[in-house]
Design a protein around this ligand. Structure first.
Ligand code: ATP
Ligand code: MG
Length: 378
């Protein structure tokens, strides 16, 4: 079972829309999926999925010992897709106690499925961070606005901080050093992270080595939502640079999604966009992300993709989606020179071909990497 946490720093950037539609697509691809609404206090995933009459969820499970976990894992209209509601009927668990968190995590870990998608609350609280860290490849959703990007960065930074603090064992030299540093600064967040790590390392290189090992496995996947223009893909570069320079962390660009008014129409109709308009550019772009999730979990050679490559792919996806959306296409449609079906057909077959070439390219790269590791000089 793989966890797919969906997080963001800023609220309202599209986490729940992505989580719900991704769940449906992965289930449609034959994967057994459980979609969990972990946005306590702001649960709305059931609305996006179009589910009604939900009476119990994680809130009831955590507060009523008579409620069995299995009873809150609900079947949906979609084969292979189950849903765990949040706390809509029982508000007040917005702040989980650590005991509640442990209980919930241990139940989530035991779910028998291929993917457990976690729709998280916005922000950078401990609870969000701990659920995000259930996977080394959680999705971080952002939009191209400066606030969303800064908050995405803070979300990642908090996760790296959390990795550091969980590596430090109580009573170790690192623990002493960490406490001393915390004492002299009023807020830990203001300390330049590489300095913090370097100072701990001076007292306890072993702990810091363990931290680096854990942190190097953490590689969040950025999804840039609500872009209007292909150039906005570049906004993710600043996020990338900050993560590299200040946290020593590589991120991956996992996909771009255009802003599309169809999404709100779909939401009003209580039908997820991938069902409402499966051929829309937005639904197709979410499908591209779903394909990527599957592709990257099924094939070891593909599990690792260069950061550069992921950014180039995002840029080319943004260009091709833009063309599909562009006015000139609408004009051709209008004059009758092309039918909508023609365009969809063309785009679909191009996307399949691009996907094919990309996979081939990645496989060749993986082979080359292995060969280089074994001493081959290109
Ligand atoms: N690509 C898009 N184009 C247009 N509207 C979108 C897009 N993605 C999301 N939205 C809309 O933005 C709003 C917020 O989306 P959503 O609820 O998924 O965000 P969220 O990050 O889960 O928010 P919260 O932090 O409150 O949980 C919704 O009205 C949704 O329909
Ligand atoms: Mg949400």
């Amino acid at each position: 079972m793989q966890f797919l946490p969906v997080a963001s720093g800023k609220g309202g950037v599209g986490k729940s829309v992505l989580a719900a539609n991704l769940g449906i697509l992965l289930a449609r691809a034959g994967k057994r999926v459980v979609l969990a609404d972990l946005d306590f206090g702001g649960s709305n995933l059931h609305l996006i999925l179009g589910l009604r009459g939900i009476t119990a969820g994680i809130g009831t499970f955590l507060s009523d010992p008579d409620v069995a976990f299995d009873s809150i894992v609900l079947p949906t209209d979609y084969p292979n897709l189950h849903f765990i509601p949040g706390d809509n009927e029982l508000p007040g668990i917005a702040n989980l106690t650590s005991g509640q968190k442990r209980k919930l995590m241990s139940r989530l870990r035991r779910i028998d499925a291929d993917y457990v998608i976690l729709d998280l609350a916005a922000g950078t609280s401990f609870n969000v961070t701990d659920f995000l860290l259930l996977s080394n490849h959680g999705l971080i959703v952002t939009t191209p606005t400066p606030t969303a990007l800064v908050n995405a960065y803070l979300c990642i930074k908090n996760a790296v901080f959390r990795i550091l603090t969980t590596t430090i064992r109580r009573g170790s030299p690192a623990d002493d050093a960490y406490r001393a540093i915390t004492k002299e600064s009023d807020t830990l967040q203001r300390i330049y992270f590489p300095d913090l790590v370097a100072r701990i390392e001076a007292h306890d290189p072993e702990t810091v080595k363990r931290f680096h090992d854990a942190a190097s496995r953490f590689r969040p996947r950025i999804v840039m939502n609500m872009i209007d223009d292909p150039k906005q893909v570049d906004k993710a570069h600043r996020l990338r640079t900050s993560c590299e320079q200040y946290l020593g962390l590589e991120i991956e660009h996992f996909g771009v999604l255009y802003r599309d008014s169809l999404q709100d129409t779909a939401l009003d109709a209580r039908v997820p966009i991938v069902r409402y308009k499966p051929q829309s550019v937005l639904a197709q772009a979410i499908a591209r992300i779903a394909d990527r999730v599957i592709e990257r979990s099924d094939d070891d050679a593909m599990a690792w993709i260069e950061t550069d490559e992921s950014f180039l792919t995002a840029a080319s996806d943004a260009e091709s989606d833009y063309e599909t959306r562009s006015d000139y296409v609408r004009e051709l449609l209008h004059t009758g020179a092309l039918s909508e079906g023609d365009i969809q057909e063309t785009v679909k077959s191009q996307q399949i071909e691009i996907g094919h070439l990309r996979r081939e390219n990645n496989l060749l790269k993986a082979k080359l990497r292995t060969a280089i590791q074994q001493g081959f000089t290109p």
